[in-house]
Write a protein that binds this ligand. Structure first.
Ligand SMILES: NC(=O)c1ccc[n+]([C@@H]2O[C@H](COP(=O)([O-])OP(=O)(O)OC[C@H]3O[C@@H](n4cnc5c(N)ncnc54)[C@H](O)[C@@H]3O)[C@@H](O)[C@H]2O)c1
Length: 463
């Protein structure tokens, strides 16, 4: 299909998901009407100002200025497009359920029509589609179609994820709308899964819950490694090569955050609970994550004793690298705990400072990593921004008052840190100053034999 044959679409909600979806479809050749209730955001976008920091997004939006139309009036979307992608926020309520206020306000603004369909990108509880269809029926809008098309993009690589998705999930009633969404995604060449709406909604929640479970699992393994003298990075390497397990999401650290995992895991737990099922595993996943964010404090106590009057430098604040998103970032819990322990907190993040200033009181912001560590008793690597790999650790050691570096993401080579004169403390890694021989992997015939290093030497074990 050529660009000129592609149908115009609309995206309602131009945040991370909406703007990436709009820019991605514009790249595929679609005209896209982008709607948001935030007038300042729409004014800015109309003038080429991108409200979020996402690699490649600004270039793509500017490249397709002619195909992207910004408006606060949903009537523009209805006039020009038959498929209306919904990408409004679904934050958690106090009960932990997803707050569907924005979704329902979009639904309420739809007229009776046999020409339009809502395509739900927002993450919603399983059953939301049925609720919306029932509402449409009650309001005499039964011909308005509904499709669930959950979004799996990752902030930090959202454009690449849009253009090269692992899969596209479409939940629909086997009607023209599902076919039209399938046709829109077809040029990407990704597997397209058609299924019922409830299952599509559940794929999204289950995927995020599974990934969060993997993170909490490796974090617990890391904590056991600290007790037993094993190194979780080696353990994860050894586990990850098992193709049933895979290496991704096995990086131990100080917990997951972001706008999705915490809220989606809790929303799934609540969804199960509301239906009378007690989802035990997810309770543990959530609790482990909360405790993991606080382990840094215990590590600081171990080395520094009381934190009253201590100066602690935080390197990185965003919930992960390559984004300015601070929602549920581990740095929020950490900085709050440090302040309440009486420590002074100085922080540096390459892009998230503006967002962080809105959320973190009592933190001094430094213009660079080296400025942040000046006079610090301890440094905590919170977000593994690429630029921190090039940090001159010897200069860090020189500028600090103390010598402790807590590597919250197991980002640094412990030996390199120690060689710079710093005391290294990672997550699930030995604190002893010893040279650990790397684990070896030996292929013999069709058997993989892994060599596992331990204090006692090298043991080889067949699989
Ligand atoms: N951010 C991610 O990485 C990600 C990934 C996959 C799925 N999701 C899901 O996608 C949805 C959107 O997430 P996000 O991070 O893009 O949110 P966001 O907060 O960045 O953006 C939401 C946008 O919707 C707008 N909005 C709110 N109510 C509106 C209305 N009635 N009409 C028009 N616009 C309205 C807001 O002004 C805002 O610009 C959520 O359900 C989220 O769980 C997010």
């Amino acid at each position: 299909m050529t660009a000129t044959e592609r149908e115009p679409i609309a995206v309602i909600g131009t945040g991370y998901v909406g703007l990436v979806t709009a820019a991605g479809f514009a790249e595929l050749g679609n005209e896209v009407w982008c709607i948001d209730i935030d007038e300042a955001k729409i004014d800015g976008l109309s003038e080429g100002r991108i409200p979020i920091w996402e690699p490649g997004l600004e270039d793509l939006v500017l490249k397709h200025r002619d195909r992207l139309h910004f408006s606060t009036d949903v009537a523009d979307a209805l006039e020009h497009a038959r498929l209306l992608f919904v990408a409004v926020g679904t934050p958690p309520t106090y009960s932990g359920d997803a707050d569907l206020t924005a979704v329902m306000s979009v639904v309420a603004s739809m007229p009776a029509s046999d020409r339009h369909a809502l395509v739900m990108k927002s993450t919603v509880p399983a059953g939301t589609g049925d609720t919306i269809k029932r509402l449409f029926r009650e309001q005499g809008k039964e011909d308005f179609k509904y499709v669930s098309c959950p979004e799996f993009l990752k902030e930090g690589s959202a454009i690449a994820d849009f253009l090269h998705p692992d899969r596209v999930v479409i939940g629909d009633d086997d009607d023209w709308a599902g076919d039209a969404v399938q046709a829109l995604y077809a040029p990407l060449g990704a597997p397209i899964l058609r299924m019922d709406i409830r299952s599509a909604e559940m794929v999204k929640l289950a995927s995020n819950a599974f990934l969060a479970t993997k993170i909490s699992f490796i974090n617990e393994i890391a904590n056991v490694c600290e007790e037993t003298g094993a190194d979780v990075t080696e353990v994860a390497r050894g586990m990850g090569l098992d193709e049933r397990i895979g290496p991704k999401f096995l990086q131990a650290g100080i917990g997951f955050g972001g706008s999705c995992f915490p809220k989606d895991v809790t929303a799934l737990k609540q969804l199960a609970g509301n239906s009378g099922y007690h989802f035990q595993l997810l309770n543990a996943v959530i609790e482990v994550n909360e405790l993991q964010k606080r382990r840094v404090i215990a590590k600081l106590h171990k080395h520094l004793g009381t934190l009253v009057g201590k100066e602690i430098a935080l390197l990185g604040l965003a919930f992960k690298p390559n984004t300015d998103d601070m929602r549920e970032a581990s740095s929020l819990v950490l900085s709050a705990r440090l302040s309440s322990e009486g420590a002074t907190v100085r922080a540096y993040d390459p892009v998230a400072e503006e967002e962080a200033r809105k959320l973190i009181p009592n933190v001094e912001f430094a213009p660079s990593a080296l400025d942040a560590v000046d006079g610090a008793d301890a440094v905590v690597l919170v977000t593994e921004w690429r630029e921190f790999a090039d940090l001159d650790l010897a200069e860090v050691a020189e500028r600090m008052r103390g010598s402790l570096l807590i590597d919250g993401r197991n980002f640094y080579d412990p030996e390199a840190v120690r060689d710079s004169g710093l005391t290294y403390e990672g997550i699930g890694r030995s604190t002893e100053d010893k040279t650990v021989a790397p684990a070896a992997i030996i292929d013999t015939d069709d058997k993989v034999v892994s060599a596992i290093t331990s204090d006692a030497g090298i043991h080889t074990r067949g699989r």
